[in-house]
Write a protein that binds this ligand. Structure first.
Ligand SMILES: CC(C)(COP(=O)(O)OP(=O)(O)OC[C@H]1O[C@@H](n2cnc3c(N)ncnc32)[C@H](O)[C@@H]1OP(=O)(O)O)[C@@H](O)C(=O)NCCC(=O)NCCS
Length: 148
């Protein structure tokens, strides 16, 4: 597995990955806009030169927000999500991020397990946040020390 910054050439594969992974995928063009956003950090993981996972972080000052992460269904539970989150957080840390935020569906236990492994803690809940099924969002935060 290789983890590297996302490029425009990855956009079709990333959009397909997003469609396969979420009941409310990002709109067409959203990932292209992320690549153009100076505050976005977009990464992919590839296996045998095929993109199998993607993550987008938004960086502002000492904070990073995990905007999305998805692993292709055929490649889940092999440690790819963990490796991609680790690599993107390591890069954000080098840029100065110490506070990490994200939202996750209350019923998304796979993602919650991933985040718990990193030490993310539930700090809030947005009731009925997701429009497709009225599911609550959990707000997770991780604060890293200066010298981890
Ligand atoms: C969440 C997601 C990114 C995890 O990616 P992954 O590559 O399968 O995760 P990993 O293999 O690195 O597993 C990380 C940890 O979560 C656990 N885990 C992953 N999927 C799991 C599942 N379906 N059930 C239980 N635990 C699971 C793993 O066992 C592992 O824990 P461990 O190291 O203690 O064994 C992936 O399931 C996915 O793309 N889901 C759809 C999109 C999504 O929900 N994104 C998150 C939005 S907030």
């Amino acid at each position: 597995m290789n983890i590297r910054p996302m490029t425009a050439a990855d956009l079709p594969a990333v959009a397909e990955l997003d469609q396969l992974s979420f009941s409310q995928p990002w709109p067409v063009g959203a990932f292209e806009a992320e690549l153009a956003n100076v505050n976005s950090r977009c990464w992919v993981a590839e296996v045998d030169a095929h993109v199998v996972a993607a993550i987008v972080l938004w960086r502002v000052l000492d904070e990073a927000h995990i905007a999305t992460i998805a692993v292709h269904p055929d490649f889940r539970q092999r440690g790819i999500g963990k490796a991609l989150l680790r690599a993107s957080m390591d890069a954000a840390y080098i840029e100065g991020a110490r506070i990490y935020h994200l939202e996750v569906r209350a019923g998304n236990l796979a993602a919650q397990k991933l985040y718990a492994d990193f030490g993310y803690e539930i700090v809030g809940r947005r009731p009925k946040y997701y429009q497709d099924n009225g599911e609550d969002a959990l707000l997770l935060t991780l604060i890293l020390p200066e010298e981890p």
